[in-house]
Design a protein around this ligand. Structure first.
Ligand code: GLP
Length: 244
C-alpha cells in the first residue's frame, strides 16, 4: 500500500483529484468505482471544476457506486443516488443511465445483489475510490465480513448508525440496513484509492496499514491489492509509525 500524507483536507482532495482525473484522461471510456460520505466531497468538487475549466469529458465514462441504504427512494436527499447526483454527476457531462448503484427499493433483495454482481463483472473498474469507517469498514462491509463476500445486504452496526446520524434529522431516521458491494468485488478493481480524514479515523488507518490482515478490520484486505494508494491527512495519519 502506497501512503501519501497531506497537511490538510484541501491538499488531500487535490491529490485525489489528480489521480481520478488522470484515469479519465488516459481512458475516456474508464469505469469509475465511486463512494459516498463526507470525505470525497472535496474531490468531487475539484472533478466538477476541472470538467468545467479544462473540459475533461465524462461522456463515455461509466460509474458504479459501492452501496445504498435499503428503503430510501432515489429522491430522498439521504439516498446515495441523490448524493451522487448533487455532489458530482449533475456537474459533469456523464450519461446518467451509465451511473449505477444498488436499488434501495428493490423488493427481491437476493435478485438485486445478483443483478449488481453481474453488472460489476460486465464493468471492470479502472479505479475504485473508498472512504473508511471509524471501525475500519469499507463501503458498508462491517467488521467480520468474510473477504470473499460479494454484493450483499448488511445490518449496520450501532457505531455506523451513530456516525451517519449527523446527516439525518435524528438517529431514528438512519436506515438500519443497506446493500453493499463486498470486499471481493472491491478488490477486483485495477486500482484502489482510499481517503481518510480526521483524528477519528486514525486508529482505523493504523490498523489497516500496520495491523493484521483480517476480516475483523475490513479495510486491511487492501494490503493484498497490488495497486492501492492511501491518502490521509495528518490527523488521520497521526498514529502511523514514523517514516512510513
Ligand atoms: C459510510 C459509507 C462509507 C464511507 C463511510 C465514511 O458508512 N458507506 O462508504 O466510507 O461512511 O464516511 P465519511 O467519509 O463521512 O467519514
Amino acid at each position: 500500500m502506497k501512503i501519501i500524507v497531506t497537511k490538510d483536507y484541501e491538499t488531500l482532495s487535490e491529490k485525489a483529484a489528480e489521480i481520478m482525473i488522470s484515469v479519465v484522461r488516459e481512458n475516456p471510456n474508464a469505469v469509475l468505482g465511486l463512494a459516498t460520505g463526507s470525505t470525497p466531497i472535496g474531490l468531487y468538487r475539484l472533478m466538477a471544476e476541472d470538467h468545467q475549466k479544462n473540459g475533461t469529458s465524462y461522456k463515455n465514462v461509466r460509474a458504479v457506486n459501492l452501496d445504498e441504504y435499503l428503503g430510501l427512494p432515489p429522491t430522498n436527499d439521504q439516498s446515495y443516488r441523490y448524493f451522487m447526483r448533487t455532489n458530482l454527476f449533475d456537474h459533469l457531462d456523464i450519461d446518467l443511465s451509465e451511473t449505477h448503484i444498488e436499488d434501495g427499493l428493490a423488493k427481491d433483495e437476493a435478485a438485486e445483489c445478483a443483478r449488481y454482481d453481474a453488472l460489476l463483472r460486465n464493468l471492470p473498474r479502472d479505479i475504485q475510490l473508498l472512504g473508511i469507517g471509524a471501525n475500519g469498514h469499507i463501503a458498508f462491509n462491517e467488521p467480520g465480513t468474510p473477504f470473499e463476500t460479494e454484493t450483499h445486504v448488511v445490518s449496520l452496526t450501532e457505531n455506523t448508525i451513530a456516525m451517519n446520524a449527523r446527516f439525518f434529522k435524528s438517529e431514528d431516521e438512519v436506515p438500519r440496513r443497506a446493500f453493499t458491494m463486498g470486499p471481493k468485488s472491491i478488490m477486483e478493481a485495477k486500482k484502489i484509492l482510499i481517503l481518510a480524514v480526521g483524528e477519528n479515523k486514525a486508529r482505523a488507518v493504523r490498523e489497516m496499514a500496520e495491523g493484521p490482515v483480517s476480516p475483523s478490520l475490513p479495510a486491511s484486505i487492501l494490503r493484498l491489492h497490488p495497486d492501492c494508494t492511501l491518502i490521509a491527512d495528518e490527523a488521520a495519519a497521526s498514529l502511523l509509525k514514523k517514516g512510513e
